[in-house]
Design a protein around this ligand. Structure first.
Ligand SMILES: Nc1ncnc2c1ncn2[C@@H]1O[C@H](COP(=O)(O)OP(=O)(O)OP(=O)(O)O)[C@@H](O)[C@H]1O
Length: 283
C-alpha cells in the first residue's frame, strides 16, 4: 500500500468575520500522487491550501503530514514548511528579494545550510525550471511565466516532499502552461507528491491522476481523473465546465454509441472515427 503523505480529518475553517470557508474536509494524498483540487471562484481552494503547510490553523478537525498531526508551534511549523512547499497564486506574494538568486537562496539560507550547499541548490533549482542565466535580474523585471518558474525554483530549493501550487497555470500562455507542467511532471517522476488547484479542466485532464471537487467549502466528489470527469453532475453543480473530450464522449453515449469514457481529446477523436467507420460498414 502507498504511504499517506497528507491527510485531513473533518477539517473546517471559519474566518474571523464568520465566513465558513471550508467544512468537513476528509482527504488523503499518497506519496507520488498528482492531485488537483478543482472548484469555482470562492469554493475554498486557497483556504484549504493555506492549511497544508500550517499557515492557517483549522477551527475544526486536524491535518496530518506523514501521519502526524501538525503541531502549531514555531519549531514544529518550520519542519512542516520544509516538507510541504507552497507556491502561491500570485508571484508577488512570494518573490520579494532584489534578485532572482537571492530569492531562490532565501529558503535554503534559512535552513542554516552551508553556502556551498545553498549555491548548489540554487543552481540546480534554476536549471530545473529553465531560468539559468536570470540570476541577477530583479524578479519584477521578469514576465509572468518566468516569475512563476522562479517561485517554483524557490520551493524546489527547499527539497520538499510535497509541493502545493495554487492555480499554477493561471494567466500563462500555452507555452508557459506546458513549461510549468513539464517541471511538475519531472519533480513527480523523482517521487514528489504534487497538489494543484485550478478551474482549468482541460489542463487537469492532462496532469492529474486524482481529483477533489470543492464546492461551497465542501468536497462534493472525488476519484481518479477519469471517474470525476465522467460524472458531469458534480462538475455542473460545482459550476465547472466538463473537459471538451469528456463532453464529446457523453454526447456520443447519449446517441446510443457504446463509447469507452476515456479522457483525452485524442481518445475522443478515435472513438468518433471508430463509430463512423462502424456505421459506414453497416450501410
Ligand atoms: N481573509 C478572509 N476573510 C473572510 N473571508 C474570506 C477571507 N479569505 C477568503 N474568504 C472567503 O472564503 C471563501 C473561500 O475563499 P477562497 O479564497 O479560499 O476560495 P478559492 O476557491 O481559492 O477562490 P478563487 O478561485 O477565486 O481564488 C470565500 O467565500 C471568500 O470570500
Amino acid at each position: 500500500m502507498k504511504e499517506t503523505v497528507l491527510s485531513t480529518e473533518n477539517l473546517g475553517f471559519i474566518y474571523p468575520d464568520g465566513t465558513e470557508a471550508i467544512k468537513n474536509i476528509n482527504i488523503s494524498i499518497e506519496k507520488g500522487d498528482k492531485v488537483a483540487v478543482i472548484g469555482s471562484n470562492g469554493a475554498g481552494k486557497s483556504t484549504l491550501f493555506s492549511h497544508f503547510n500550517g499557515l492557517s490553523e483549522p477551527t475544526e478537525g486536524i491535518i496530518k503530514i506523514n501521519e502526524q498531526p501538525i503541531v502549531y508551534k514555531k519549531k514544529e511549523l518550520m519542519k512542516i514548511r520544509q516538507k510541504v512547499g507552497v507556491v502561491f497564486q500570485k508571484p508577488d506574494d512570494q518573490l520579494f528579494a532584489p534578485s532572482v538568486i537571492e530569492d531562490v537562496a532565501f529558503g535554503p539560507m534559512n535552513l542554516g545550510l552551508s553556502l556551498e550547499e545553498v549555491d548548489k541548490r540554487v543552481k540546480e533549482s534554476l536549471e530545473m525550471v529553465g531560468m539559468t542565466g536570470f540570476e541577477n535580474k530583479p524578479p519584477h523585471h521578469l514576465s509572468g511565466g518566468q516569475q512563476k518558474r522562479v517561485s517554483i525554483a524557490g520551493v524546489i530549493a527547499m527539497r520538499p516532499e510535497i509541493m502545493i501550487l495554487d492555480e499554477p497555470t493561471a494567466g500563462l500562455d500555452p507555452q508557459g502552461v506546458e513549461q510549468v507542467l513539464k517541471i511538475l511532471n519531472d519533480l513527480n517522476k523523482n517521487g514528489m507528491s504534487i497538489v494543484i488547484s485550478s478551474h482549468d479542466v482541460e489542463m487537469i485532464t492532462e496532469f492529474a491522476d486524482k481529483i477533489f471537487v470543492l464546492h461551497h467549502g465542501k468536497i462534493i466528489n472525488q476519484g481518479t481523473t477519469e471517474e470525476v470527469f465522467a460524472n458531469h453532475k458534480f462538475l455542473i453543480e460545482a459550476h465547472l465546465r466538463p473537459p471538451k473530450s469528456s463532453e464529446i464522449l457523453h454526447r456520443l453515449k447519449k446517441k446510443g454509441l457504446n463509447v469507452d469514457m476515456k479522457l483525452t481529446t485524442k481518445d475522443a477523436c478515435d472513438e468518433i472515427l471508430k463509430a463512423k467507420m462502424k456505421s459506414q460498414n453497416n450501410i
